[in-house]
Ligand binder design. Structure first.
Ligand SMILES: [Ca+2]
Length: 91
């Protein structure tokens, strides 16, 4: 659990390359590189742009750490629902 949280943070930090948020290009790269197994449409630039707009709560064209966490929360949520559906006896 702790290492998973560290991974979330370090993945974001290494993707922003010293800035405080992800621009279009680095967001796309992160999604394609890190989330290709979990998400559909990671080869579809339009779909990624759309997703970025959906996450961009303050409409500055970039994905901040908070907005990135929204994506992680969304993925975790859909994963947990999927796990419940496919394996009702889990834990
Ligand atoms: Ca933003």
């Amino acid at each position: 659990m702790e290492s998973a949280i560290k991974t979330l943070v370090t993945t974001f930090l290494s993707s922003t390359k010293g800035k405080d948020s992800l621009d279009n290009k680095s967001f796309k790269k992160l999604v394609q590189k890190q989330l290709g197994g979990m998400m559909k449409d990671t080869n579809n630039s339009a779909a990624i742009n759309e997703m970025q707009e959906g996450l961009d709560a303050n409409s500055d064209g970039k994905v901040s750490f908070q907005e990135y966490l929204t994506l992680i929360g969304y993925l975790a949520n859909s994963l947990s629902q999927h796990e419940c559906e496919s394996n009702g006896t889990a834990s």
